[in-house]
Design a binder for this molecule. Structure first.
Ligand code: SF4
Length: 235
């Protein structure tokens, strides 16, 4: 049985250029203080399960205009039957995108090797050379940075399309942090700078933080555009 806790029938914003349905899997191994899915992360059992039959029925009825499925969370790669879920949608003729925090390179590699996914959006929470910043951004006392680096490497060496994403929060990230992340992910990569929204955050104190102005994020993007193949500001 698939443990599905949320379903958005159609979205135009979760995969650039695609019309998708979005599926939310529960739980996460990170505790990012700016996370907007706190109920799904902290209290996943408060959500009813959504049956795969209900989702399939919508997808079959609408297969002429839904291009694919986005599997997000929480952290989807914590679920051992994620490959089975991806396969299920691939067999329906749909494209599959997975969102991940990059903490499970083995699962990521398996999904790519088995051709079960078409696109990955991977979060990079802070510069990878700064464990303290990574811990602050993920709300953890320890983070396995090597696993994050392995996931980046797997994506860069793969033949599937991918993007890295950083949610930029004034108290956690500076322009120099964004430059360092950009240098690390390198010229083969696309990097998305997502603006932070101070609403319903996992750590309530983050609702009091004023986000960067969009113009400020654009300036950060402009500074680093030579380091990566593509950089965009979202939100
Ligand atoms: S933002 Fe952080 S805590 Fe929230 S789902 Fe993503 S990785 Fe988990």
């Amino acid at each position: 049985m698939f443990n599905i806790k949320g379903f958005i029938k159609t979205s135009l914003v979760d995969w650039d250029g695609k019309i998708t349905s979005v599926i939310f899997l529960p739980s996460c191994n990170f505790r990012c203080p700016f996370c907007h899915n706190k109920e799904l992360v902290l209290n996943p059992n408060e959500f009813e399960n959504i049956s795969i039959e209900e989702i399939d029925s919508f997808l079959l009825e609408n297969k002429d205009f839904v291009d694919g499925v986005v599997i997000t969370g929480g952290e989807p790669t914590l679920h051992k039957n994620l490959p089975e879920l991806c396969k299920h949608f691939k067999e329906m003729g749909l494209l599959v995108k997975v969102d991940t925090n990059g903490s499970n390179p083995e699962m990521l590699k398996h999904l790519i090797d088995q051709k079960l996914i078409d696109y990955v959006a991977m979060d990079i929470k802070a510069p990878l050379s700064n464990v303290k910043k990574y811990c602050n951004s993920t709300g953890l006392e320890e983070v396995n940075i090597e696993n994050i680096k392995k996931s980046i490497d797997i994506l860069r060496k793969s033949d599937i399309d991918f993007e890295f994403r950083t949610t930029v929060v004034p108290t956690l990230h500076t322009a120099e942090d964004i430059a360092e992340i950009s240098r690390f992910v390198g010229r083969e990569s696309k990097l998305i700078l997502q603006n932070f929204t101070p609403r319903n955050t996992l750590n309530n104190e983050f609702t009091r933080i004023k986000p960067y102005e969009r113009e400020e994020l654009k300036r950060m993007a402009e500074i680093v555009k030579g380091y990566v193949k593509d950089i965009k500001v979202r939100g």
